[in-house]
Design a protein around this ligand. Structure first.
Ligand SMILES: [Ca+2]
Length: 253
């Protein structure tokens, strides 16, 4: 049992509730600012399960439905992947098709710093499942592995409610990416949402519980703007306008 992971969701939530106060947080060997959690689910496509309820996302209508046991009904956007709690998640289930989630950060900007920049945390065994991240029009399959502390202790998720039971020591896995692989320059912030596609190829749910920016900035940093040379046609037009001006001035005389 790992106390760090048990306490971490509580500590994260406390920092988020405090607002502007920014402190360092960590999950195993992954370190990030407390407010650097993707806290917005912009849209979703496909069927999701959170251990208790089923949801269906429709990106075109930017809406979510939930299953009442008899029919699908409108619902608010589920927040299981956008809270700061590792024990809650949205999952793609075997046979239910792929689940695509569009995520964003509202309190910070993910920054392309040195090394990996974004970490995705999953619960349950993901060794047979697939996840693909798309940013800036570039897609990359995630390589997911167990999470360890800096001293080498394997981390787990606790208090996971699933199918009517509460589980401890649930396998915690993570994958990280470098924004340089997505055509984002070093020192540049991510100024758009990111997409993650989840596919369960096994009976183990492909369950995303939390996304963190390992490098972040409270202000948007754009790459330096290089001057655009004027096209030759525009220069010709400009000289034509100047010429007309000269003619009209001559006519007035
Ligand atoms: Ca990087």
């Amino acid at each position: 049992m790992n106390i760090n992971v048990i306490l971490k969701p509580v500590l994260l939530f406390a920092a988020l509730a405090a607002g502007s106060q920014v402190n360092a947080a960590s999950i195993g060997s992954y370190a990030f600012e407390d407010n650097a959690v993707a806290d917005q689910l912009i849209s979703g496509q496909g069927t999701a399960y959170n251990g208790t309820s089923w949801y269906a996302g429709n990106r075109d209508s930017n809406s979510w439905l939930t299953y009442t046991g008899q029919a699908w009904a409108n619902t608010n956007t589920p927040n299981d992947t956008t809270d700061s709690d590792l024990s809650t998640s949205l999952a793609a289930m075997q046979g239910a098709g792929s689940l695509s989630l569009e995520l964003d950060f509202s309190q910070t900007f993910a920054l392309n710093g040195n090394g990996d920049d974004l970490a995705f945390f999953f619960i349950w065994d993901q060794t047979q499942n697939d996840a693909t991240v798309s940013i800036n029009g570039v897609s990359q399959a995630l390589t997911v592995s167990n999470v360890f502390s800096t001293s080498g202790t394997e981390q787990v998720a606790n208090r996971v409610d699933w199918d009517g039971s509460t589980y401890s020591n649930v396998r915690l896995m993570a994958a990280s990416i470098d924004l340089s692989d997505f055509d984002i320059s070093l020192g540049e912030t991510l100024n758009e949402s990111l997409f993650i596609d989840l596919q369960a190829n096994s009976t183990s749910p492909m369950a995303l519980s939390l996304t963190a920016a390992l490098n972040s900035s409270i202000t948007s940093i754009s790459p330096p703007v290089t001057p655009v040379p004027l096209p030759p046609a525009f220069l010709l037009l400009l000289s034509g306008i100047t010429g007309l001006g000269l003619i009209s001035r001559r006519k007035k005389k």
